[in-house]
Design a protein around this ligand. Structure first.
Ligand SMILES: [Zn+2]
Length: 377
């Protein structure tokens, strides 16, 4: 499929073209549009890679990385087509906010739901879809119609957090005669996961598994950009977290550029030799890990962190100390909060104040669960 049109951008072999994808009509006239950049090699036949960024408007590293990635030098050696959307949330980006001001919720939970049952879509009281949801639906259809080989969605996590990639679970159809359409068999899900793993391996960052199964669906992560494209369309997809938001760390941009080019090499879009990831920590414990908010504040207080993002932790290790506003310990053991898990620190939720029940830290912990799971009933 050498010629592709996304919004107003149509590929030209050997060139970079730009255009607009109409998104949300505004009540005051005009519209929010997603910018589209397409780079196609002179040899137009080949894989199609999508790179999307900034669906959370305060997350800017992906936007900068996309702009740095697509250059005439890249196109000179390119086979196939690279399609980039520098922002999936122009309204949020303009005001540096996570969500667009016209959406009450997380924009990264609005992509089409994989395998929606007929029962669910027949709910008469269901709110009609918003303009943004419909725009994401149309974009999803464009991604599928482009014959996408893979999709990478770029984000930021917490201030000072380690860069990493999320590996999503893949759902398969339970039994043969379920009510949900479009889900793969267990064997197909296994094959898809192997393709995802090959790309994650090529990307070269720390790999962290997403929440699994029920928790993943309850949090609507199956409707994130990568979750929806992966589980709804069977296209290998993953989310990259590029450290601090509202702040661009040059070493993380460089590492992400290397990761993206290495994925293009794995897909056969670039013929040059893989480059090593440098300048960022890459954590590869000898067991798989998943993300986990831990521990939770047993009481309200001020938190003193005892371990840094990227630092390994073991069961029983002191992670933080909780004090009152005068600096006196809150709770037992001198206010010490200990880890119930082996793993490492991904990042800290922002700030030092915690109300009772709020997470102290974000860890990556040992994960024995399978990521290939039946779709929750
Ligand atoms: Zn994000």
């Amino acid at each position: 499929m050498p010629e592709l049109t996304i919004g107003s951008a149509t590929t030209r072999p050997g060139e970079i073209v730009t255009g607009w994808f109409d998104a949300v009509t505004l009540p005051t006239g005009g519209a929010d549009r997603f910018p589209v950049i397409i780079a196609q090699g002179k040899e137009a036949d080949g894989p199609v890679l999508w790179v999307t960024a900034s669906i959370h408007g305060g997350e800017h590293t992906g936007l900068i990385t996309v702009q740095r990635l697509i250059t005439p030098e890249l196109v000179a050696g390119l086979h196939g087509t690279l399609i980039a959307i520098p922002t999936l949330n122009p309204a949020g980006l303009r005001v540096k906010e996570r969500r667009p001001y016209y959406l009450d919720g997380d924009p990264n939970r609005l992509f089409p739901e994989p395998a929606r049952s007929a029962q669910e879509s027949a709910d008469p009281d269901e709110k009609p879809p918003s303009g943004l949801q419909l725009a994401y639906q149309r974009l999803y259809e464009a991604i599928v119609a482009s014959g996408a080989s893979a999709l990478i969605d770029l984000h930021n996590a917490w201030i000072g957090s380690v860069p990493f990639v999320f590996r999503d679970p893949i759902f398969f159809q339970r039994g043969r005669a379920g009510g949900r359409k479009g889900l793969p068999t267990r064997a197909q899900a296994q094959t898809l996961m192997e393709r995802v793993n090959a790309l994650l391996d090529a990307f070269g960052f720390t790999i962290v598994n997403e929440f699994v199964a029920d928790s993943y669906v309850r949090k609507n992560l199956h409707r994130s950009v990568s979750g929806s494209v992966l589980n709804g369309a069977g296209i290998p997809a993953f989310t990259v977290e590029l450290g601090s938001w509202l702040y661009v760390e040059p070493r993380i941009v460089e590492a992400c550029l290397v990761g993206l080019r290495n994925v293009m090499r794995r897909l056969g879009m670039l013929k040059s030799a893989p480059e090593p990831i440098e300048g960022i920590p890459v954590l590869r414990p000898d067991y798989p890990v998943r993300r986990c908010m831990h521990p939770y504040a047993p009481e309200a207080g001020i938190v003193h962190m005892l371990v840094q993002p990227g630092e390994p932790v073991s069961k029983g290790q002191a992670l933080a100390r909780l004090t009152d506003i005068f600096g006196q310990p809150v709770g037992e053991d001198g206010g010490t909060l200990r880890s119930a898990h082996d793993g490492f620190v991904l990042g800290w939720p922002h700030g030092v104040v915690r109300y009772r029940g709020e997470p102290i830290m974000v860890l990556a912990i040992r994960d024995e669960d399978s990521l290939i799971v039946p779709y929750p009933a």
